[in-house]
Write a protein that binds this ligand. Structure first.
Ligand code: PMP
Length: 392
């Protein structure tokens, strides 16, 4: 039977470079220990207090259909949180709860794009972005962000791409680069969006993981409130990846349309999960600081070790749980380096080429193993890089 073009084109044209990840998983399955510095999964689990809240809610009987837009309590908590963090007046009607940030990304794009519309996204990009745009029938178009510019999108590249486009998707703090967009970058983005009448979809799922500088939500910039859909999630901030809970914040009118979409797709998010999320967000900063602290520590370890050598260069990473390393001095591509490192040292990292074209000659290190394993693996990785140079 014929499958739809929409579904068959989902994974077309994405980048390769996931072989190292799959090979590492295969090695682990066959009993070979591998230190995995690949995907963005915490090395801790959801806090017991959050699980407790979830259980209490489920036992109280909140296991039936939940309100499709999300519970008033959670929407209200998120609205207040966003208002407090950004200064932009935000109410319950600006928020829809979704099963995770990924679902939010999908709904946001479906809500603003017609088939054939041009949707911009930045390269390097998070793995699902091209497929998410294609699922809305849009034509994805990349804005290349160069390593030399610390992967911050430049006004010239943005302006060039924007002509005729409908939307722009950005992500700060960024996966895969760990870069936090600065004020100038965000002002340029806002400028390009207002000049070219673009929707901005701002993926801020790492907004609680900022090590240097500050996170600026572009919805707070002049002219942006009515054209920005902000994507949030409990996955990264509260180690709730498996609970599948996130949100979209945006203008009331489009949020109301996205709620219609939810009625016909997800039909909401389990109420006991929403209760747990609301509980977690009402604990103040305590839980999210606990979740983000290990990445801040490991980033320090990495910086300290990087300073002792000159082969591998880090693109300054100010947020999220990743670090992008420039390994061009070894003469290897990111793919070759990651492959050889896994074969020789049983350490798995992601080749930069997995995230588009702009991060070729780089590797992405996820800081998602214990401090001691991280230190040990990072040291081996740097030694491995220097040996590549010597043997050339
Ligand atoms: N955006 C980015 C940049 C991500 O890295 C991820 C998860 N790795 C997501 C969105 C989706 O997160 P979730 O669906 O778990 O909220």
């Amino acid at each position: 039977m014929k499958k739809s073009t929409r579904i068959t084109s989902l994974t077309k044209g994405g980048s390769d470079g996931w072989e190292v990840f799959y090979r590492a998983r295969q090695m682990i399955k066959s009993g070979t220990p591998v230190i995995e510095l690949t995907i963005g999964e915490h090395d801790i689990r959801t806090h017991g207090d959050i699980l407790n809240a979830m259980q209490i809610s489920a036992e109280k009987g909140h296991t039936g259909y939940a309100a499709v837009p999300g519970t008033d309590a959670l929407r209200n908590t998120i609205a207040k949180r966003i208002q407090k963090r950004t200064g932009v007046p935000t109410t319950t009607n600006n928020i829809v709860i979704t099963p995770g940030g990924q679902s939010a990304l999908f709904s946001a794009h479906l809500a603003v794009l017609d088939p054939g519309d041009v949707a911009l996204y930045c390269d390097p990009y998070y793995a699902t972005y091209p497929g998410t745009l294609r699922s809305a029938g849009a034509k994805g178009k990349v804005v290349i962000c160069y390593s030399e510019n610390n992967f911050q999108p430049q006004l010239s590249e943005l302006s060039l791409a924007a002509n005729g486009a409908t939307s722009l998707l950005i992500n700060s703090p960024n996966n895969p680069t760990g870069v936090v967009y600065n004020q100038t970058t965000l002002e340029n983005i806002a400028n390009v969006c207002t000049t070219n009448d673009l929707w901005l979809i701002s993926d801020e799922v790492y907004d609680t993981q900022v090590w240097e500088g500050t996170h600026i939500s572009p919805r707070s910039l002049p002219g942006m409130k009515d054209r920005t859909l902000t994507i949030g999630s409990m996955s990264k901030s509260h180690a709730m990846t498996g609970s599948r809970i996130g949100w979209i914040c945006g203008p009331e009118d489009i949020i109301s349309s996205i709620i219609d979409l939810s009625t016909h797709t997800t039909y909401g998010v389990p109420e006991f999960i929403q209760y747990a999320a609301n509980f977690a967000l009402n604990q103040g900063d305590k839980l999210e600081i606990e979740v983000s602290a290990p990445f801040a520590r490991r980033r320090k370890i990495a910086i300290e070790l990087l300073e002792q050598q000159s082969v591998v260069r880090a693109v300054p990473c100010s947020g999220a749980m990743y670090m992008m390393l420039n390994i061009r001095a070894t003469g290897l591509s990111g793919q070759e380096f990651a492959s050889a490192l896994l074969a020789a040292k049983n350490i798995a990292v992601m080749p930069g080429e997995s995230f588009g074209t702009a991060a070729a000659g780089h590797i992405r290190v996820a800081m998602t193993v214990s401090d001691s394993h991280f230190r040990q693996a990072f040291r081996v990785l740097l030694n491995f890089a220097s040996v590549q140079v010597v043997t050339k």
